[in-house]
Design a protein around this ligand. Structure first.
Ligand SMILES: *Cc1c(COP(=O)(O)O)cnc(C)c1O
Length: 495
């Protein structure tokens, strides 16, 4: 199976090439030529499998230039011994029947682990197939969770170096601590004076700069991306939605005919896009519910058909969703315009030049058929954490709470009582101060005192990987201007 660029579908590359390079030379994103489908027999077979077997089964359909041995090597390396109880994506059901897909039982306690534990395997395997470069340099822009998950995934992986940029005032204290204490000989972390969009734009610019690419090539290096613009990030995310459907089926066969909704707390549109691809593969998903925080550019887009990033940027209690340029929406535009590359290129150039674009009524109607968009502010997010705790004894993090809140509004508005899976994207212990404030508790100054207080108050288990960082030494303290990112990278690479 080949991959096209969203901005030029005459460009065709193999999966290995799409993953090794991360982004198309024209600035577009790689998308599968056709989305493989799963039959009822496939689902029946998948029901009897564990997570690794399910992953192998699905990867085989997307990575047709990988051998079965290579895919098995990648999936086993990524998902055995790395997630709590070796169950990467458990489904928890609240007393009212709502399902919570807990995606934060990995080494960094956020859903990014599901993809970033396997990406280094996919990437090094891909690079061996298609690239002459001896070393792959991973550049990451993070709103908090991707950075740590990528560092953990690529730490001391042979043939790779990784540089992470995070907004200096835009991540939680625990997220910052996780990144700045990262171990490994091939890692570097730097704060930037700017927000996530600044970091993402700067990193994307370095990727598509020919001069810089030549300089790297001369030194036996090649850039790639660990952000969800890389297909190697998205494909692993499709797996947990298929897996969740199989787990639902095991509990209740009726979901096969009745279908279910999926709610995703959304920032860069990667996670919800993966849910869309799962639907396209044959998972009976009814509505995809796109939940945003105060940075509600997607809610407005779904309502009006105009995507407009010219607006105030808010720093919220759900920092991993503080994003105004949702990169992966580009792939969705491509899918819902029937692969109209010229249309996508036009929308993206409007976005770059005017900060906005408007889709046709037809494309908008297609979005509205598939998606429901909603948003909530910090006050409602915190209120939802408290209510969910009081009603169900379930403690959710600030991002998951946005999803729960928007789902409640959706049900109130539509009366839809279809079974629903809410993607839970992080452990509440990554955002202690905010979660404590939901209970009117002031967080102690020291982060791990806040962890202890939240644990004492709720009795919810503290994840081991966070506990292990309590006395970890801070290794990275650099801060740079947003227009100096490239210098920082070249300096680190000593070229
Ligand atoms: C990254 C992240 C999100 C947003 O996911 P996207 O794929 O960027 O839409 C939501 N919640 C948490 C905790 C995250 O880390």
């Amino acid at each position: 199976m080949n991959y096209n660029s969203t901005r030029d579908n005459t460009l065709k590359v193999s999966a290995a090439s799409a993953i090794a390079t991360g982004i198309a030379p024209d600035g577009g994103l790689f998308v599968p030529e056709t989305v493989p489908t799963l039959s009822e027999n496939d689902f029946n077979a998948l029901m009897g499998m564990n997570y690794i077997e399910r992953a192998v089964f699905i990867f085989k359909k997307f990575l047709t230039d990988f051998t079965e041995q290579e895919i098995e090597y990648c999936a086993k390396g990524a998902y055995s011994g790395t997630f709590e109880n070796d169950v990467p994506a458990p489904l928890y059901t609240l007393k009212d029947g709502t399902h919570i897909l807990e995606l934060w039982h990995g080494p960094t306690c956020a859903f990014k682990d599901l993809a970033l534990q396997i990406l280094p395997y996919l990437l090094t395997t891909s690079a061996k197939k298609v690239s002459k470069a001896k070393e792959t340099v991973i550049l990451v822009a993070t709103s908090g969770d991707t950075g740590k998950a990528a560092l953990e995934g690529f730490c001391d992986v042979e043939g790779t170096k990784i540089v992470v940029f995070y907004p200096s005032d835009g991540v939680s204290p625990m997220q910052k601590h996780q990144m700045c204490t990262q171990k490994g000989e091939n890692v570097s972390v730097c704060a930037i004076k700017g927000n996530f969009d600044d970091a993402q734009s700067a990193v994307k610019k370095i990727f598509t700069d020919c001069e810089t690419a030549k300089l790297l090539e001369k030194n036996g290096m090649q850039f790639s991306s660990a952000n969800s613009i890389n297909w190697g990030r998205l494909a692993p995310q499709i797996i947990y939605y298929v897996s969740a459907y199989c787990d639902l089926l095991k509990k209740d066969e009726s979901v096969r005919t009745n279908g279910f909704n999926i709610v995703v707390p959304t920032g860069n549109f990667g996670n919800i896009l993966a849910a869309y691809y799962a639907k396209k593969m044959g998972v009976p998903v009814k509505k995809l519910i796109c939940a945003s925080n105060a940075n509600n550019v997607l809610t407005d887009f779904l309502k009006t058909g105009t995507y407009n990033k010219n607006r105030d940027f808010y720093t919220t209690v759900s920092p991993s969703m503080d994003i105004l340029i949702s990169s992966n929406l580009e792939r969705m535009l491509y899918e819902l315009s029937d692969h109209d590359d010229a249309f996508v290129a036009k929308m993206q150039s409007d976005l770059a030049q005017k900060g906005m674009y408007t889709v046709s009524d037809k494309v908008k109607a297609r979005f509205n058929e598939l998606f429901y968009g909603g948003c909530c502010d910090d006050e409602s997010t915190l209120k939802t954490i408290k209510e969910t705790w009081e009603k169900f004894g379930y403690l959710c993090d600030t991002h998951t709470a946005v999803a729960v809140n928007v789902y409640n509004s959706y049900v109130k508005e539509t009366g839809d009582n279809t079974q629903t899976v809410i993607a839970s994207t992080a452990s509440p212990y990554k955002f202690c101060a905010s979660v404590l404030s939901a209970f009117q508790e002031k967080a102690p100054e020291k982060e791990f005192d806040a962890v202890d207080l939240l644990s004492a108050k709720t009795g919810v288990k503290i994840p081991e990987p966070l506990l292990a960082l309590k006395d970890a030494k801070v290794r990275f303290t650099d801060i740079c201007e947003k227009d100096k990112i490239e210098d920082f990278v070249l300096n680190y690479l000593k070229i």
